[in-house]
Design a protein around this ligand. Structure first.
Ligand code: TYM
Length: 328
């Protein structure tokens, strides 16, 4: 049986946060260990261009993302790990997908609406056509499964539609049906506004970054929103308990859940416990990250090797597609 293809990507927009980790990257680390899957992971630098960063920010952040993912355990021997812009077939296929995708379908994307509101002075065309590039990323490798957080499900579903629209026009069954793959926590919430997803775009105190030193984790958690009365139902407390469930051991988790139920929970204690556990959990990561960041030539070698492997597949797919659409 041939292996199932796993593809996922992440924008290089600064340090990873625990939303990225629990919603997506943790799954990548599991999947790459499984012999049934062929994993391809990509740093989506062209997607990040829809934001407001400078060229220098971009240069630094691509390196940073590579270092952080390797520090977490992405293994370039097991997974193909590369930078999107190093394989120009991604943008080539995105253009072709633009020509089969109705504008109205792009306009209804929640992220397009959200981002257009957040960066009112920079509502560029890339914000709108972002999902056709994402569909190209995914379909270029004839992907079966896309491990992502909840906020990306809509884009993966649109990818499936784009594949179908292409198939209807040019070649029946050329692209298969892609599916999103979720973790147990597909949506980690913001610390300060727990009705929203955790995202750096609301501000750094909304997120716990994996690179945060323990005292920073504690300071951020101290500010995290809880309930006004112990035991009162609150999305903030629910979010903190979910984090505890994921990073802590079962006994500690059960103790706090019980205390929450009977109204004896002390939020200060919950936050201190959680800070300690998260600080410890990412201690090795912080050390590895520093080492990788000091070894730029190793990072460059890894990414060049990934580029070569990804290019082979991308070139073969594009050769077929150019033929199917009649330009060759
Ligand atoms: P990005 O860079 O915003 O996020 C990377 C991954 O982290 C997940 N994530 C979360 N999961 C749970 N809770 C949260 N608060 C949270 N915040 C982020 C995201 O769902 C994502 O899985 N467009 C994509 C990058 C991309 C891509 C692709 C993904 C480009 N091409 C092809 C899959 C396949 C993005 O901006 O993710």
């Amino acid at each position: 049986m041939s292996k199932k293809i796993i593809f996922s990507a992440i924008q290089p927009t600064g340090n990873l946060h625990i939303g990225n980790y629990l919603g997506a990257v943790k799954n990548w680390l599991e999947l790459q260990k499984n012999e049934d899957y062929e994993c391809i992971f990509c740093i989506a630098d062209y997607h990040a261009m829809t934001g407001d960063k400078t060229a220098q920010d971009r240069r630094d952040q691509i390196i940073l993302m590579a270092a952080e993912l390797l520090a977490l355990g992405i293994d370039p021997k097991k997974s193909t790990f590369f930078v999107q812009s190093h394989v120009p077939e991604h943008t080539e296929l995105a253009w072709i997908f633009n020509t089969v995708t109705p504008i109205a379908e792009l306009e209804r994307m929640t992220q397009y609406k959200d981002k257009s509101q957040k960066q009112i002075k920079n509502i560029n065309t890339g914000l709108l056509t972002y999902p056709t590039l994402m569909a190209a990323d995914i379909l270029l490798y004839h992907t079966d499964l896309v491990p992502v957080g909840e906020d990306q499900i809509q884009h993966v579903e649109l990818t499936r539609d784009i594949g179908r629209w292409f198939n209807n026009k040019y070649a029946e069954n050329y692209f298969g049906e892609v599916k999103p793959l979720l973790t147990e926590i597909p949506r980690v919430k913001s610390l300060l506004e727990p009705t929203k997803k955790m995202s750096k775009s609301y501000g750094l105190n909304h997120v716990l970054e994996l690179a945060d030193e323990p005292e920073v984790v504690l300071a951020k958690l101290k500010k995290a929103v809880t309930a006004s009365e112990p035991g009162e139902k609150s999305p903030g407390v629910e979010n903190l308990l979910l984090l505890l469930k994921n990073f802590g051991d079962e006994t500690v988790y059960n103790k706090f859940v019980e205390a929450e139920k009977n109204g004896t929970i002390k939020y200060g204690e919950l936050k201190a416990t959680l800070a300690q556990i998260i600080g410890d959990y990412f201690a090795d990561f912080r050390e590895n990250r520093t080492q990788y960041l000091e070894d730029r030539s190793y990072l460059a070698t890894v990414l060049a090797d990934g580029e070569e492997r990804a290019s082979k597949i991308a070139k073969a797919t594009m050769k077929e597609i150019r033929h199917l659409i009649g330009i060759r």
